[in-house]
Design a protein around this ligand. Structure first.
Ligand code: GBH
Length: 478
């Protein structure tokens, strides 16, 4: 045989879903229109010192007014699915009572337009924008919030269940619980480790109740899921001390969610590790049964791996462990664990580029929950895009990142992992939480503040991958 046969095209399974993703607060703007009231992110962003440059989502990418143009952009890209989130305070401003019709109408128009263009809508109920009134009543550390969430889920599915058949309850409850309540770098900015553990449980419970509400309003063939930012945790050495550090972070990052969601129990080691802080009496009889609902798929968001060791006496570098500037840890009971920068190049966020973390994470999930289909609900990168004098936006680092991570997904599929689709984060440059508009994750460039959209080179590259349902040989394929 000839020595240099071309390697087989890396084709994805038939029907593999190609999409892009966004979230309401990051793109919509129109913060005070049509009855919308503040969420915890409006409050947080308006608090001096919380978000870089004092940026807020008041205008964001103005998607609330430019939605039709944004759907047209997606249609031009030819990508088959769009993952977006519903703004809770736009639909139910106080977090209680009847829905605001104008708020629902926005999502009706948006989803009608998506369906008219042949794009599957994938709706997330909660991407971090709790109505401020519910925060004032105690927020996620308070159990009653789980019932408010179930009521909101019922309103959303009643209005949209006829056209949206793919639903996700929560986006990344780890961030809501631990960045929001322990390190305080996300809204509501609390720094109380016990409140964070309570929030984690109530987010799990809210998910379980919301799945029941969603299923009650959906046809049998609809898909219901949750999206987790699972951490691929590696130990720096194979010493027992470092392995134990990795185990503890794995419990707080992953198993605090996957335990009750997939196995119906909180892991025993997590309860032991945090026993100094709490006896977990906020978990009541029956809660874990409520949390363990059948899932049609698990949404996985992946950006970078996590590398840890036991404390070794050197000063910790908190630039990649989610610590707040004030030094509060997002890891209750494990603030002695040291985080290290993984090897390799880093992105504009300072996160290491390592597709093997995604591959290994997918294989772990297959080993632990073999029958659960997976969906990559976010993957992408902030990098320094270059706008040339003709106005073309070049982002070779993004193309390379996407190529490497899609190759990792493809390898996992070849190894037997049931991955159903991939959503690029993000369709548009947008409000990157604590970093404001200083970081650009979009495949489409947004010129602030005119709002003009310019597809980057990566958008054209991704459109071609989706069209072919296959990866080109090299990153610079088109
Ligand atoms: C996602 O969060 C969000 O769903 C999305 O809204 C956001 O725009 C996007 O990613 C890009 O950030 O924080 O120091 O512990 C991802 C959040 C990023 C949290 C990686 C954990 C690890 C480094 N995750 N992070 S650190």
């Amino acid at each position: 045989a000839p020595a240099a046969l071309p390697t087989a095209a890396r084709t994805f399974p038939p029907g593999f879903l190609w999409g892009t993703a966004t979230a309401a607060y990051q793109i919509e703007g129109a913060a005070a229109e049509d009855g919308r009231t503040p969420s915890i992110w409006d409050t947080f962003a308006r608090t001096p010192g919380k978000v870089r440059n004092g940026d807020t989502g008041d205008v964001a990418t103005d998607h609330y007014h430019r939605w039709r143009e944004d759907v047209a952009l997606m249609a031009d890209l030819g990508v088959g699915a769009y993952r977006f989130s519903l703004s809770w305070p736009r639909i139910q401003p106080t977090g209680r009572g009847p829905a605001v019709q104008k708020g629902l109408d926005f999502y009706r128009r948006l989803t009608d337009e998506l369906l008219a263009k042949g794009i599957r809508p994938v709706a997330t109920l909660y991407h971090w924008d709790l109505p401020q009134e519910l925060e004032d009543a105690g927020g996620w550390p308070e159990r009653a919030t789980t019932d408010r969430f179930a009521e909101y889920a019922a309103l959303a599915v009643e209005a949209l269940g006829d056209r949206v058949h793919t639903w996700t309850t929560l986006n990344e409850p780890w961030c809501s619980a631990f960045l929001g309540h322990a390190s305080g770098v996300h809204a509501p900015g609390r720094t109380d480790p016990v409140a964070a553990l309570r929030a984690a449980h109530h987010l799990n419970l809210a998910h379980g109740k919301a799945v029941q509400a969603l299923r009650a309003g959906l046809p049998d063939e609809a898909d219901v899921s949750i999206t987790l930012n699972l951490h691929h945790v590696r130990a720096r050495t194979d010493s027992p001390q470092d392995a134990d550090a990795a185990r503890r972070i794995d419990a707080l990052a992953n198993r605090v969610f996957t335990g009750p969601l997939l196995s119906g129990a909180y892991p025993a080691d997590l309860l032991t590790d945090t026993a100094r802080l709490t006896d977990w009496s906020f978990v009541r009889d029956g809660d874990t049964a409520t949390i363990r609902q059948r899932l049609d798929f698990l949404g996985v968001n992946y950006y970078t791996p996590t590398l840890v060791s036991a404390a070794d006496g050197t000063a910790a570098d908190h630039s990649f462990d989610g610590h707040g500037a004030s030094g509060h840890s997002p890891w209750p009971g494990a603030d002695d664990v040291v985080f290290h920068r993984p090897p390799g190049s880093t992105t504009a966020m300072g996160w290491a580029v390592d597709p093997s973390g995604l591959h290994d994470l997918l294989l772990r999930l297959k080993a632990e929950v073999p029958d659960l289909p997976l969906m990559i609900t976010e993957n992408g990168v902030a990098c320094d895009d270059y706008v040339d004098p003709s106005g073309t936006v070049h982002d070779p680092d993004r193309i390379a990142y996407l190529h490497g991570h899609l190759a990792a997904v493809h390898r996992a599929i070849e190894a037997g992992v049931d991955v159903r689709g991939y959503f690029l984060w993000s369709l548009l440059d947008n409000f990157e939480w604590g970093y404001g508009y200083s970081k650009r994750f979009g495949a489409v460039y947004v010129d602030y503040p005119t709002g003009r959209r310019i597809p980057k080179a990566s958008a054209r590259w991704y459109a071609e991958v989706a069209r072919a349902n296959a990866l080109p040989e090299a990153a610079e394929g088109v």
